[in-house]
Unconditional design. Sequence first.
Length: 164
Amino acid sequence: MKCMYCNCTDSKVVDSRAADDDKAIRRRRECTGCGRRFTTYETIEFAPVLVVKNNGTRQSFNAEKIRNGIIKSCEKRPVPMHVIDEMVSDISKQVYNSMESEITTKEIGEMVMERLKKVDEVSYVRYASVYRSFKDLSSFMTELKQMMKADKKAAEQKTDTKQV
């Protein structure tokens, strides 16, 4: 590691500790050339994942875009920020753990909707309305009817298990 003051390439580690929720290591170093101290951070290097957009263009995966979309759909809803952060973290882990170098926006959108549906149905509908580009009221109503049918089915299964 090059000293930022004298460009000497020899330094010794004086102190090491975890940083950024154990996602990085903070190292305090002392230059053997000039004796001054400086801090470095060691982090995991992720293999780049490209997101393939609907128009065929590609861009680097950016979890902030997912966070912003979820925050927008959860506006004025009782969804705590830590829940949003957990969703973003889960989606990021799923993307990186897939070991694929590319993922489509459709796949990411489905991951987001799957989690939003469990957390807050209104936020889910808001996100789905943008993601699925509902063109008219009938396509919006179709989605709502599917949700209501799934809720009814889940409620029936709960009562069936209680009776057994």
